[in-house]
Write a protein that binds this ligand. Structure first.
Ligand code: BLA
Length: 511
């Protein structure tokens, strides 16, 4: 894997970003050996930052920075490798310092020092923000509210809520920005723009800052940790120097500083709250802690909304079953219950179209392929292997053209196909469709003139990301989630039961 800073566009997804061996210059770092707290490693600016006459390396913290040593002593009793701790030290230093400390993999204690900001009023804004977040009743309004709250709280001139789909691709899902800035709302970018290594890191390290994209990194001295003989694991460092590849991206965007908080839902990185400022900007520890708390509340709320949506879908399926049975007893045809209101069938699956292929007939709702296309899809579904016993499980693809090149003509409306067999007979399915994603996005930056997707980091930009995303998802719908598959199976099973009843009733009548 390329070492930190040595990546290019061909291998940057493997850059070892947690082994940065350098920090951003607005603070200083000390790595200490426990229990005597000898200074093993420092950022090159540490002595100057602490106002020391000589180097701190090799000395005990109690000798070179007694105030800090006293202040952190009680914290060291805690398991700092799980939750970093922080303390404000206002003793002899010219200005009070915020000191964050944690234990990295490999041992020892890392101290990170930043000048404390004057007490701010962030705290009194927590309560109304929490109320708005936890009282929100739907995903989109929640995220729009979050963008407003974060902009008000942090003062950055653009706040975006990114959302990742099941393939890891990103979308600017909500945005607030200062007047005159180009909007990025609706922009898409490929998963590869945020490497897997970074995503794993963002699950552990929930708030990151770049205070000035034009900073000169300050190296650690010595470079390797005397405890391990390896690069210091900086995963949890707030001062960690950021990947030059990403910094380049920000420069190209005209961004001067960022603060980004992770949104976790059920332990998974659901998205990011990304604050950009056009000029350098520093966010003190207390405010970062508030953004972390609020981001956690956002994740909690999203989890609640998702389970609410899921239980609504299950409820809708049970109602559907009821209505099909009523329809049979009323007019002998259960199909009217499925198709008299398109949303009944589409909403639980987030589909844009649906079709029932049954006894050689077709019924449809929403956007679907034409009759010939539907017949072709039926044949294709029949060609898929079926388990020998009874009815096959659902069949799903988010790229019909990828699996059945001869159906390329159906790509626009039916890149996504999710089918539940409803009997053991061939050609009998309930099928849902999703359109090709590319054709659904109307971002303001949608390139009418194609963007060159070359290999020069100087070309990195949201516009290039969008073009790259277009290439990656060409011929693909939004992916079906495991929950979608479960819902489709539930509806399919329900219809199967009804079909069996329907056929036995018909046989009785025929006799
Ligand atoms: C990180 N790239 C990121 C992050 C974002 C983006 C949001 C996370 C930053 C953080 O959480 O602190 C991408 N930002 C975007 C995009 C938009 C935006 C797409 O505002 C659009 C509006 N980046 C690339 C490519 C590579 C790359 C091609 O675009 C290389 C494969 C690398 N991005 C890269 C790395 C990081 C990153 C290495 C981690 C930065 C770090 O934490 O050190």
């Amino acid at each position: 894997s390329p070492a930190f800073g040595a990546a290019d566009l061909s291998n940057c997804e493997r850059e070892q970003i947690h082994l940065a061996a350098s920090i951003q210059p607005h603070g200083a770092l000390l790595a200490l050996r426990e229990p005597e707290l000898t200074v093993l490693q420092v950022s090159a600016n540490a002595a100057a930052f602490l106002g020391l006459d000589g180097p701190a390396l090799g000395r005990r913290l109690a000798d070179c920075a007694p105030d800090i040593a006293r202040a952190i002593a009680p914290l060291l009793a805690d398991p700092l490798d799980v939750v970093p701790a922080a303390v404000r030290v206002s003793g002899t230093a010219a200005v009070p310092l915020d000191v964050q400390l944690h234990r990295p993999i490999g041992g020892g204690v890392i101290l990170e020092l930043e000048r404390a900001a004057p007490e701010d009023d962030g705290a009194r804004r927590i309560e109304p923000a929490l109320q708005a977040i936890l009282g929100s009743y739907a995903l989109k309004p929640l995220c729009e509210e979050v963008a407003r709250i974060f902009r008000g709280l942090t003062g950055y001139d653009r706040v975006m809520v990114y959302r990742f789909d099941d393939d890891g691709h990103g979308e600017v899902f909500a945005e607030e920005h200062a007047a005159g800035l180009e909007p990025y709302l609706g922009n898409r970018y490929p998963a590869s723009d945020i490497p897997e290594i970074a995503r794993r890191l963002y699950i552990r390290n929930r708030v990151r800052v770049v205070t000035d994209v034009h900073y000169a990194p300050v190296p650690l001295e010595p470079r390797l940790s005397p405890l391990t003989g390896q690069d210091l694991d900086m995963s949890l460092c707030v001062l960690r120097s950021t990947s030059p590849m990403h910094v380049q991206y920000l420069k190209n965007m005209g961004v001067g500083a960022t603060l980004v908080a992770s949104i976790l839902v059920g332990g998974r990185l659901w998205g990011l709250i990304s604050c950009h400022h056009q000029t350098p900007r520093r966010t003190p520890f207390a405010l970062r802690a508030i953004t972390e708390l609020l981001a956690e509340a956002v994740g909690t709320r999203i989890a609640a909304l998702e389970s609410f949506v899921q239980s609504q879908a299950e409820l809708a399926v049970r109602r559907l079953e009821q209505r099909m049975i009523e329809a049979i007893t009323r007019d002998g045809d259960w199909r009217t219950a499925l198709f008299d209101n398109a949303q009944t069938l589409l909403l639980p699956l987030g589909a844009s179209g649906a079709a029932l292929l049954f006894e050689g007939q077709m019924q449809t709702a929403g956007d679907v392929p034409g009759t010939a296309g539907l017949r072709d899809i039926g044949k294709w579904l029949d060609s898929r292997p079926r388990s020998s016993a009874g009815i096959a499980p659902v069949i799903a693809t988010s790229s019909l053209v990828g699996e059945a090149p001869h159906l390329a003509g159906l790509t626009r409306v039916a890149s996504g196909v999710l089918a539940a067999p409803i009997s053991t007979a061939p050609g009998e399915y309930l099928v849902w469709f999703r359109p090709e994603q590319v054709s659904t996005v109307t971002w303001g930056g949608d390139p009418t003139k194609p963007v060159l997707v070359g290999d020069d980091p100087r070309d990195l930009s949201p516009r290039r990301s969008f073009a790259k995303w277009n290439q990656v998802v060409e011929g693909r719908s939004e992916p079906w989630s495991p929950k979608d598959l479960a819902t489709a199976r539930l509806i399919g099973d329900t219809v199967t039961d009804v079909v069996l009843q329907f056929r036995s009733v018909r046989m009785l009548i025929a006799e």
